[in-house]
Ligand binder design. Sequence first.
Ligand SMILES: NC(=O)c1ccc[n+]([C@@H]2O[C@H](COP(=O)([O-])OP(=O)(O)OC[C@H]3O[C@@H](n4cnc5c(N)ncnc54)[C@H](O)[C@@H]3O)[C@@H](O)[C@H]2O)c1
Length: 253
Amino acid sequence: MELKNKVSLITGAGQGIGEGIAQVLASHGSKVMIVDLNGESAMRVAKKINALFPNSAEYFEADLTDSKAIKSMIQATFSKFKKLDCICNNAAASKGLGPVENYSLEEVQATLDLTFISLWKCLQIEIQSLKEQSIPASIVNISSNSAIKGYAFNSIYAASKAAVNNLTQSVAKEVARNGIRVNAVSPGTINTPGVKQYFEAEPKAKEMLEKSSLLRRIGEPEEIGELVSFLLSERSSFITGQVISVDGGSSIN
Ligand SMILES: NC(=O)c1ccc[n+]([C@@H]2O[C@H](COP(=O)([O-])OP(=O)(O)OC[C@H]3O[C@@H](n4cnc5c(N)ncnc54)[C@H](O)[C@@H]3O)[C@@H](O)[C@H]2O)c1
């Protein structure tokens, strides 16, 4: 049980990759705080995890674009579990799609807010509270392969994720002396509600994306969860400042 006696907080864990991560962390022995904008989804995931691993999950509704809500999320975690060892900043969303010249400033600003600025706000508050706690800790930010390869017609999301990768490296340098490790996990295409919906509308895209992976399939949320669990655990004690892809090899194909 690589996360026995650990407390983990996962943002955007009400569905998709975040839900898969939370479930894997609980299966490795961690207590988990499920955070989402959608309180009902967060509650559903916490119930599901508690049915499998009794008394291991709590949930909290928060809009992570709001620093006050982020502070409350951290306070709620301490009040339920008394400490915090592991954090996965997974929540993100984007507004607008299409050629770069068609984006409005509002769409660019909203995508930056939802994908980069909210993650920076989370890190700011998380690191403050981890430093006060003075115990070794590990943070994983969820990025995207689009940050490495670019993403036609979703360029602002890709650029926001590139900023997440770079921030991960800088922050890792800043907090290493405090015993805090910071890494990023970069998923390829993963079987989530949004991706399922997209494939229903565009069946050819499914075939194309499966072929783009060396393993000829898309990934499952739990496959992201396994690397996140390793990076949050002490088994990865000499790894920090890294961006690691989980993508069936699509980034080198
Ligand atoms: N699905 C993929 O193929 C894929 C690929 C690469 C990277 N990613 C990244 O993985 C992460 C999860 O993606 P997903 O596909 O599971 O997304 P998703 O949209 O299925 O789930 C995201 C969750 O985050 C929550 N959320 C969004 N904004 C929030 C906010 N401001 N405050 C609190 N909660 C918020 C949503 O309510 C939702 O439950 C994201 O960072 C995404 O960019 C996904």
